[in-house]
Design a protein around this ligand. Sequence first.
Ligand code: NAP
Ligand code: HSE
Length: 431
Amino acid sequence: MIKKVGVAILGLGVVGGGTYKTLVEHREYYKKTQGVDVSVESVLVRTKQKALDLGVDPAIIANSIAEVIANPAVDIVIETIGGCEAAKEYILAALKEGKSVVTANKELICKHWHELERTAKRNGCGLYFEASCVGGVPIIRTLLDGVQSNYVQEMLGIINGTTNYILTRMSKDGASYETVLKDAQSLGYAEADPTNDVEGFDAVYKLSILSSLAFHQKISYEHIFREGISKIDTKDIEFGKDMGYTLKLLAIAKNSEKGVELRVHPTFIRNSHPLTGVNDAFNAVYLKGDAVDNIMLYGRGAGSLPTASAVVSDVLYAATHSEIKYATFNNSVEGAEKVKYVSDFQSVYYVRLSVEDEVGSLARICGIFANNGVSIVEVGQKGHYLGDGEKPRVPVYLITNKTFESKINSAVKAINESNVATVEALIRIEE
Ligand code: NAP
Ligand code: HSE
């Protein structure tokens, strides 16, 4: 006996459009493989033409969220609008009406998960958000089910497609940051406001969700250290290549007796690490569990159909599972007890300086690092004079030993206050 399930799609943009196409084109397939007949019963759009261009029957285009919610044929509401205003209002309205919700909205889940989940619980319905993190890669389901037997100790992720696409093109083609960002937008990878992608906010939202699920405690995004890629210079990508490193915007989550350490920043990783093979808009999460050891999930982290794959899989899951799972932890804003966050983390650092070309300059720089408790393992000079003024300068790079963030910051400050050199770039290295 085929089970009938009606869905509504709110927003028919990149993800909503892909979701509509997937549901329509695979309808017969899902009847055969899942025993469910999923029909699109309603859509809510801001620009009607978008729905008509997709071939949506004008009769199912709703005029308001109230009309969608009141439609008895709609069992599941799919939210692919984005943002935290209308999306939140619409999702709460659907949940209050006892309709399960599937969303691709990482910002909303990150910031309002507790409130949405509370409403879902009270009304006995499900809240599914596989598409919110890492596009088509089933990382949420893996964390909810696949690795529940483990204490997850560490996750390293390339979890933003736009920045990975930009860094890959800058590295492979030597293309400029601005050119490649425009390409990422036209390919539908970047968010409406690309600041969210390039400055690391998108990855922070995702890391907050993923680490909460992995470490069974509510990780507030406000505690995640963040640095974006907008200031990356191709020079540093080239220097890194010469030293055997690839530059990625890495999301890092570690859980130990010291606490949880969470950060998103451009990171050099050794070319032998599996994550260096993750290029373009592909994403991956490299996860270490105490029993399973290392596993890596890899796939398309953004784009219309890959993200629709995750949305529709959630719809099918909701349609075929009567038991609903909620967070394993106290899902309030901060969690039951305040989580212990490690803010002064340790790392190896790559530092590029513009140094006065004078006798003793390097000795002075090394002295400043030493005075701040930072040990240097490698120093090199790359290229030629940076200018031909009265005091020529040369580009010098150095690699530190593992040190605390607070120590490197005080060393950088002292160097910038000296008259011997200026720090042009500081990039963390994950060894
Ligand atoms: P998008 O292309 O901008 O689509 C959003 C759509 O929602 C637009 O068509 C917009 O209408 C419509 N919309 C906005 N407000 C509305 C409202 N009040 N009522 C009805 N429709 C409304 O964005 P997207 O890339 O699909 O992203 C949607 C969500 O998926 C976001 O939460 C995003 O973070 C998430 N996501 C995106 C990707 C990706 O690869 N793009 C991957 C994973 C998750 P107009 O056409 O009139 O502007
Ligand atoms: N803008 C996001 C990215 C979409 O580039 O990864 C996927 O969440």
